[in-house]
Design a protein. Structure first.
Length: 446
């Protein structure tokens, strides 16, 4: 049959990508207006944290189960699940606001449901990239997926602010629902594999299916090292992210304009990095770029933010930090896509999502108490740490949080250097052969 259903390859992926960009903008807009509503209604930062924690926690908990389903069901169905579930949850929120009887616990439940369905998003799309495209285009497609995160960070708050100034919150929620419907519609415009290739692989118990992705990684030292590297870097980056806002506000006398400039410049850096990645020819060896990107993120990004005391330095450092992220993530994901066969991709990518997502709340939990109870008091004039680190980051307001950036960047740089000197990680691409989906299924018995 001729028509849109015949779209394949990069054209097909581009159609799916447009739908995901639109739905991501809608999601960001909803998160923005919900945060405003919750703050106005409760005046409690803990209420905002609860919404985020429940959504994030649901994604982490449901990731392994999502991986099992992604490897059992058709690609069309699994890449739709995230958008369908999120559309339904947002539609429920819309009905609640239309009825005028919204309560915090209701938003917590709907956010949790949305987070559960979001567990399908990354592993499903990462698997689909490998299904639709030749291996030399993996990095380009992953760069496009990076834009799904960075573009909405620039556009969504402004669009939501305009809509909220003209219409009630219901209008933003309606736009979000419509954006999901568009994303769902794009799935029917492309040709997708019916089911992952699992011929010869017996359907095991749910427990063995659940753990198959973890076992696959654990028995391949290079992949284990790459996952450990990305997880530690995710943890250190979250440590810096959580203290960026209070650090800049503390060091600028609560200047929200400077904070906004730094965050916007960082988002622009992410967009620039992703755009460059989509245009570059993928290198034959990607691990040197992953390691180099982490090193640049740590030194030019995090450590530079910690050492900086002016808007120009903070903005430049945050720009370089975000500029490197698409390269680290894009080339890392391209390696996973090349090394993992189709029949187990969903479970392996869900396992990597679980570890990398767990790193973020752990980083948040470490950075806050560490800054509040130890580093901030120690970096006050005359404090125990001021004499040692004061010449680097100064003393007084915000110095303890600047020291968090210094610590996180140092850990990231050390991990990058360690990876460069670890043969199983450095030589991962040559030691582990690329997958051949026409060959026998991967051995998941171990």
């Amino acid at each position: 049959m001729a028509g849109p259903r015949q779209l394949t390859g990069l054209k097909a992926f581009s159609v799916l990508w447009v739908g995901q960009v639109l739905s991501a903008v809608g999601t960001r807009m909803t998160n923005f207006v919900l945060a405003i509503w919750v703050w106005r209604e409760t005046g409690q930062a803990s209420a905002l944290a609860l919404l985020t924690f429940c959504a994030f926690g649901a994604t982490v908990v449901c990731s392994p189960f999502a991986g099992v389903l992604i490897d059992r069901l058709s690609r069309r169905l699994t890449i739709m699940l995230s958008d369908v579930g999120s559309a339904v949850a947002t539609g429920v929120m819309l009905l609640l606001f239309l009825g005028g009887h919204v309560q915090l616990w209701q938003l917590v439940i709907t956010n949790t449901v949305t987070g559960a369905f979001l567990a399908f998003q990354f592993p499903a799309y990462a698997s689909t990239v490998a299904d639709l495209l030749p291996k030399e285009q993996y990095a380009r497609a992953n760069g496009m997926l990076s834009l799904v995160r960075s573009l909405p960070a620039i556009a969504a708050p402004a669009l939501a602010g305009v809509l909220l100034g003209l219409f009630p919150i219901n209008a933003v929620l309606l736009v979000d629902v419509l954006s999901y419907l568009v994303a769902i519609g794009t799935v029917f415009l492309v040709r997708l594999p019916s089911k992952p290739a699992r011929d010869g692989e017996k359907v095991a118990s749910w427990w063995r299916e659940w753990t198959a992705g973890f076992r696959y990684i654990a028995h391949r030292r290079g992949l284990t090292g790459l996952l450990a590297l990305n997880t530690v870097v995710g943890l250190t980056s979250s440590m810096g992210f959580v203290v960026l806002i209070p650090m800049i506000l503390a060091r600028t006398g609560d200047d929200q304009l400077q904070l906004g400039v730094v965050q916007s410049v960082g988002a622009v850096g992410g967009v620039c990095g992703a755009l460059v990645l989509t245009r570059l020819r993928a290198p034959a060896a990607k691990m040197p770029f992953v390691i180099g990107g982490i090193l640049a993120f740590s030194l030019l990004g995090q450590i530079a933010v910690g050492l900086g005391t002016t808007l120009i330095v903070w903005a430049a450092a945050w720009f370089f930090a975000w500029l490197t992220v698409p390269f680290v993530e894009g080339y890392s994901q391209a390696i996973w896509q090349r090394k993992v066969p189709a029949g187990v991709r969903g479970r392996v990518f869900a396992a990597t999502q679980l570890f990398e997502n767990l790193a973020l709340p752990i980083g948040f939990a470490i950075a806050g108490p560490l800054a509040d109870h130890y580093l901030t008091p120690g970096m006050r004039p005359g404090g125990g740490l001021a004499a040692v680190f004061g010449p680097l980051v100064g003393t007084g307001q915000g110095a303890g949080m600047a020291l968090i950036f210094l610590l996180a960047g140092t850990i990231g740089a050390v991990c990058a250097v360690a990876a460069a000197f670890t043969r199983s990680v450095r030589e991962l691409e040559t030691d582990l052969p690329d997958h051949d989906d026409s060959a026998q299924p991967a051995d998941l018995s171990r």
